[in-house]
Ligand binder design. Structure first.
Ligand SMILES: Nc1ncnc2c1ncn2[C@@H]1O[C@H](COP(=O)(O)OP(=O)(O)OP(=O)(O)O)[C@@H](O)[C@H]1O
Ligand SMILES: [Mg+2]
Length: 206
């Protein structure tokens, strides 16, 4: 049997180059919150099909994802991508990475009818991929209109209802999510995500 070409899979899943092929073994514990974060992510990845994914029979957790909250450089993007990679390696479930700002500009292009076939396919996959990573939720808010802001909450709610867990990362507090999106967002976040706080050093400066 031919070996699996993971480089092609990371490309299809749009995993950032720096994170490709990196799993939990590559995670370094720099501060106490990192230890808790990696434990939560590892439990999520290990239990993904049985408890979180579409094939789950566990009604209490089906569709529930991970929300990584923390300051710049605390490892959110790294941990989100490692978690997706582990889910793919261990369970062969499909994964995809998008930045919230890029995702919204793609969605806008589709609605306006001027997206090419690649973007149309990418937008369609947002609602079908087993584990979607939406990175930097909130950064898009400064530039996007209210309508586009509603698109992101609609996607997260739809995926949760369809039993498709999302891993989201944000620099913003959940109180700020209520202000940015709608007043029920922080309440929804507690239902739809295991919330993981990353704190400590900016790893880009160490
Ligand atoms: N636990 C870790 N082990 C090894 N390297 C790490 C770890 N966490 C982060 N890094 C490295 O530190 C840098 C910053 O991490 P990352 O981009 O994941 O932070 P972030 O929280 O997503 O930041 P931002 O909010 O600015 O997007 C990256 O180069 C990443 O490879
Ligand atoms: Mg990041």
């Amino acid at each position: 049997m031919l070996p699996i070409d993971y480089s092609w899979r990371w490309e299809t899943a749009q995993i950032p180059h720096e994170c490709r092929g990196r799993g939990f073994d590559d995670w370094k514990i720099y501060n106490p919150s990192a230890e808790k974060a990696i434990a939560a992510a590892a439990a999520f990845a290990a239990d993904f099909p049985e408890h979180y994914g579409r094939t789950s029979t566990d009604r209490s957790r089906v569709g529930k994802g991970l929300l990584l909250i923390g300051d710049h450089g605390t490892g959110k993007t790294t941990l989100a991508c490692m978690t997706a990679a582990e889910i793919h390696w261990a369970h062969d479930n499909t994964i995809m990475y998008v930045k919230a700002s890029r995702m919204l500009s793609d969605m806008r292009a589709v609605v306006a009818g001027n997206a090419g076939p690649k973007i149309v396919r990418r937008v369609a996959r947002l609602r079908t991929v087993h584990n979607l990573v939406i990175d930097d939720v909130g950064k898009e808010y400064r530039t996007a209109s209210g309508y586009v802001g509603a698109e992101i909450t609609d996607l997260m709610r739809g995926r949760y209802e369809d039993g498709l867990p999302t891993t989201a990362s944000t620099n913003e507090s959940l109180e700020k999510w209520d202000e940015m999106y709608d007043p029920s967002m922080s309440s929804f976040a507690h239902q739809a995500f295991t919330i993981v706080h990353l704190a400590g050093l900016d790893m880009r400066r160490v």
